[in-house]
Write a protein that binds this ligand. Structure first.
Ligand SMILES: Cc1cc2nc3c(=O)[nH]c(=O)nc-3n(C[C@H](O)[C@H](O)[C@H](O)COP(=O)(O)OP(=O)(O)OC[C@H]3O[C@@H](n4cnc5c(N)ncnc54)[C@H](O)[C@@H]3O)c2cc1C
Length: 435
């Protein structure tokens, strides 16, 4: 299929060094600053040379995407302010991922590119150690034997392939696409391609398990419930354990240490109403919520409503006295403007927890994007386990790079897919024209 993950993504992108970043008011960002922010976010596990290549080229790639491919950015919305970045460097696509794809399709139709949908590459053709094409099969059972001087693997991540996932990722809920099967990794394995950082994925702490092993995100609701409402995060013992406005990473690390590796949102009626309103966009309907509340915590996803605090706690076998004490303490922090236990900022403690009914909603780790993949040279050539580049074989996007380390900051994966895709295309074309 065309579009891949970007179509369903949050529709934002790092635009560091582009004309658009300058136009939006930031002219003094730098490769060094971006590399340093990414290294910090990725626990310094990043492949630094791939990351530097990314930072040096993302600006040009963004301008190319805008000027050549016609993808528009939301300049009115402006650069986003994000805790991970020292300089504002993320923009949204105007009209989101679907508008992005319409622009690409329009551009494609003006070229002579031969696009085959529903066609799966099943083998890399070789002549000795040089890759010379692919064998592919379409959904009608037709086989294609394609000869090419250069092959670019751009098959995305491996989140939908359990056999490639670490124990931590296997335990996390998945909310990515079913086509993230890691095919590029498996195909290039026969050539002895080198992999890196395979154990990591971009995990968030705020999934609800809508089917066994599958998640939907409540992040949009959580933002408003913490910013303007009185939602708190508690563990199964009814205790607060983290600043609800801490980074996703901090909340996740706290969450996995709790009983059953999960947390719960606790909300009064007023906050629950503002929280659920934001979820339609994330694919969670009022009908879903009603059905889950009916189960009253008997199965996932755990959604509980209690007319009293005791009733809500009882449905989870949670100690009601402990939960009551947690609520009283939190309300005293709101009154004094200081969360002396976890440091939730005063401007995010605007409301006390007040009238019921009360709600408990599960929060579990979820992931879609994988961080590991093929090791690449600066010309995006795939590197073998012997450290040498594999002749004729290139890779781009989520399948390669290791640029993020163990976690990716906002808008980085889309930016890497675009930047590495452009660079790999250029290298592949150069290689083909040289022969
Ligand atoms: C729900 C979701 C939300 C996200 N949100 C964000 C976000 O807000 N910001 C951000 O920066 N990133 C986000 N990401 C991540 C980002 O969108 C992806 O990392 C990026 O789009 C990957 O691009 P790609 O081209 O490498 O792979 P993909 O977009 O996954 O494309 C790979 C393509 O290869 C095809 N394919 C696979 N195997 C074969 C084969 N054997 N033969 C032929 N074709 C094959 C697949 O069908 C697919 O079309 C999100 C991802 C998801 C799933």
């Amino acid at each position: 299929m065309i579009g891949g993950a970007l179509v369903v993504s949050g529709g934002n992108q790092v635009v560091m060094g582009s004309k658009l970043q300058k136009e939006a008011g930031v002219a003094n960002d730098s490769v060094q600053s971006m590399v340093s922010d990414f290294m910090k976010n990725g626990d310094r596990k990043n492949n630094e040379s791939a990351l530097t290549l990314f930072a040096r080229n993302v600006g040009d790639a963004t301008d190319w995407l805008n000027e050549y491919a016609g993808v528009q950015f939301d300049m009115k919305g402006g650069l986003h302010k994000l805790a991970e970045y020292s300089n504002d460097r993320e923009l949204a696509y105007f009209g989101g991922g679907s508008a992005f794809m319409k622009s690409i399709l329009q551009k494609l139709s003006s070229t002579n590119i031969d696009l085959r949908l529903n066609t799966r590459a099943t083998e890399l053709k070789r002549d000795g150690s040089t890759v010379v094409g692919v064998i592919a099969q379409d959904s009608d059972g037709n086989t294609y034997d394609i000869t090419a001087k250069s092959v670019v693997i751009a098959t995305g991540g491996y989140g939908a392939n359990k056999s490639l996932l670490s124990e931590d990722l296997q335990k996390s809920l998945y909310y990515g696409r079913s086509n993230a099967t890691g095919d590029g990794l498996l195909l290039s394995d026969t050539l002895g391609a080198q992999r890196q950082l395979m154990q990591y994925g971009k995990r968030y702490p705020n999934g609800v398990e809508i089917a066994p092993g599958m998640a939907k995100s409540t992040i949009a609701g959580n933002i408003v419930a913490f910013n303007s409402g009185s939602a708190i995060l508690i563990n199964k013992e009814g205790k607060r354990v983290v600043n609800e406005k801490a980074s996703n990473r901090t909340i996740l690390e706290t969450e996995v240490r709790q009983t059953d590796g999960m947390l719960f949102l606790f909300m009064d009626q007023k906050t629950f109403d503002m929280w659920k309103e934001r979820l339609a966009h994330a694919g969670i309907s009022q009908e879903n919520i009603d059905a889950w509340l009916k189960n009253n915590g008997s199965r996932a996803p755990i959604f509980i409503r209690g007319t009293t605090i005791e009733e809500a706690a009882g449905a989870l076998n949670m100690d009601a006295a402990s939960l009551k004490a947690t609520i009283d303490t939190y309300n005293s922090y709101v009154a004094s403007g200081t969360d002396s236990a976890f440091g939730r900022p005063a401007n995010f403690m605007k409301a006390k927890i007040e009238d019921g009914p009360y709600y408990l909603v599960e929060q579990k780790p979820r992931f879609a994007t994988t961080m590991g993949g093929l090791v690449l040279t600066d010309t995006l050539q795939v590197v073998g386990t012997d450290g040498k580049a594999l002749s004729g074989l290139y890779a781009a996007g989520e399948v390669g790079g290791g640029v993020m380390g163990d976690d990716s900051p906002s808008g980085a994966n889309n930016a890497w897919a675009i930047t590495s895709g452009k660079l790999a295309g250029e290298s592949a074309a150069k290689n083909a024209s040289e022969k």
